[in-house]
Design a protein around this ligand. Structure first.
Ligand SMILES: Cc1cc2nc3c(=O)[nH]c(=O)nc-3n(C[C@H](O)[C@H](O)[C@H](O)COP(=O)(O)OP(=O)(O)OC[C@H]3O[C@@H](n4cnc5c(N)ncnc54)[C@H](O)[C@@H]3O)c2cc1C
Length: 437
């Protein structure tokens, strides 16, 4: 008997899963509540141009992403550019691009720079994180790089990335982040190189959905799932406004804060094994006449209401924005925070006040269009000592598999790690469907 699989959510995760299952001959249907697939990587209209809702780049070692780009015939849409990173520190912008800038980085003494450099090298060489899992992050950083580097660099960066709440993080977090950022550094100079697809990650997601449909998958947009249906302790499919849909196996790809609204009461305890805290993001997106920052992104170590500034035009070019520049100004915070509840105008006023400090050339009259985007659940905060680290996909409920970006660990959440996980889940599901045929 043919087994049917229903996927809830058409972000990168759900779409990749649908593609791989359809290619394996599985009868699969994907339901996405929005009118388009894409999720966090979707596009939007800004000033008459189609742009990324959030900022998305690819680093040269993103093997799974680049593999999919190649497989779907999108290589000619991909470009890599050298991009720069800046540090806003002690009220000044310092370039931080490659070894030369690192050696000249005056906010840190020579000895502190040496300690920081050795730390990055050690992270790069260290392939296992087992011994970091129960080690609190800040004390570990002090041991590795010294009190000064923590005071001047790490603590302010963590404060702005986690809205001041990072005591529960294990050392693993920064080990994984340092390794990912180092993957963007190429060649002898170790300057950063980043890639982007014309049209953003969404180009890849749309192509994956098209290929999935060609392989037999049904992709349905504009279909919000209102809950999972159950019978005799087993999940039988999903409920939608247009009626129930029945599957042999249902895979919701939402992270727990969204998933909890879909799970029937008896299944809600399944969420206990997941992290309980999730970061959201409030992001001001500006279309401006001129470049504001000479770097792709800025690490801010002074007191700040924003986490960073990302001028994506350095990586994605300006062909698709009529020569104008795109600047993203995000603040990571949870949905209960004051920042998340600000009105759009308050976000604009507060965030551009900081931007004007970082970029003396910023003028309100040069802003051609702006919008504020909210992402309530962009990443889980994995705390120290949680066992198991991530919950298994199969939780012993017939007809249900729980697989989402909240199970990516210890890697950071991005297209690469999400595709990697979705492909692994697809292999498990395809083998199970085959075995029961
Ligand atoms: C500010 C920011 C910057 C980022 N930068 C990068 C980067 O540079 N590079 C990179 O690779 N990644 C980056 N990422 C990460 C990347 O966007 C995410 O990891 C990825 O998009 C997550 O995909 P997903 O499918 O797991 O989740 P989502 O994209 O959240 O998809 C979930 C989908 O489920 C749908 N859904 C929810 N509820 C229902 C329901 N009831 N019924 C039906 N459908 C439902 C949603 O509409 C959504 O489409 C960034 C993310 C953010 C927020």
């Amino acid at each position: 008997m043919t087994q049917t699989v229903g996927i809830v959510g058409g972000g990168i995760f759900g779409t990749t899963l649908a593609l791989r299952l359809a290619q394996a001959g599985v009868d699969v249907e994907l339901l996405e509540r929005a009118p388009t697939i894409g999720g966090l990587a979707d596009r939007m209209d800004l000033g008459g141009y189609q742009v990324d809702r959030f900022y998305h780049v690819i680093v040269p070692t993103d093997e799974r992403m680049l593999g999919l780009v190649d497989e779907l015939g999108l290589t000619d849409q991909l470009g890599f550019n050298p991009v720069g990173v800046g540090f806003w520190i002690d009220g000044k912008m310092e370039p931080f691009n490659g070894i030369g800038d690192f050696l000249r980085f005056s906010p840190l003494s020579l000895i502190d720079r040496f300690k920081l450099g050795m730390f990055v090298l050690r992270c790069q060489r260290k392939s296992s994180y087992d011994d970091l899992e129960d080690v609190p992050l800040l004390p570990w950083l002090e041991k590795q790089t010294g009190k000064n580097v923590v005071r001047k660099i790490w603590k302010p960066l963590l404060d702005s990335r986690f809205d001041g709440k990072h005591d529960e993080l294990p050392a693993t977090y920064l080990w994984a982040r340092t390794r990912r950022m180092n993957n963007a550094r190429q060649g002898k100079s170790r300057a950063e190189t980043m890639g982007a697809l014309r049209g953003g990650h969404q180009t890849l997601i749309e192509a994956a959905a098209k290929a999935a449909e060609a392989a037999g998958a049904k992709i349905r947009t504009g279909v919000p799932v209102t809950g999972l249906t159950m019978e005799g302790g087993a999940v039988t499919g999903v409920a939608t406004d247009d009626g129930d849909r029945t599957y042999d196996l249902t895979i919701p790809t939402l992270q727990p804060p969204g998933l909890k609204f879909l799970l029937p009461e008896p299944l809600k305890p399944l969420l206990d094994l997941y992290p309980q805290r999730y970061q959201g993001v409030v992001c001001l997106v500006l279309l401006v006449k001129h470049s504001l920052i000479e770097h792709y992104s800025v690490n801010i170590t002074d007191e700040t209401p924003i986490t960073t500034v990302v001028e994506t035009s350095h990586a994605v070019g300006t062909e698709h924005t009529g020569g104008h520049r795109l600047v993203y100004v995000p603040k990571y915070c949870d949905t209960a925070s004051e920042a998340y509840g600000l009105s759009d105008q308050e976000v604009y006023d507060r965030f551009t006040a900081k931007l004007a400090q970082l970029s003396p050339q910023f003028r309100h009259e040069d802003v051609l269009a702006w919008t504020v985007q909210h992402g309530p659940t962009v990443e889980p905060v994995h705390p120290m000592g949680k066992v198991p680290r991530v919950p298994p996909f199969d939780r012993g409920v017939d007809g249900l598999m729980l697989a989402s970006a909240a199970q990516v660990y210890p890697r950071l959440l991005n297209g690469e790690s999400v595709i990697d996980l979705a492909e692994d889940v697809a292999k498990i599901v395809a083998a199970r469907v085959k075995a029961s045929a």
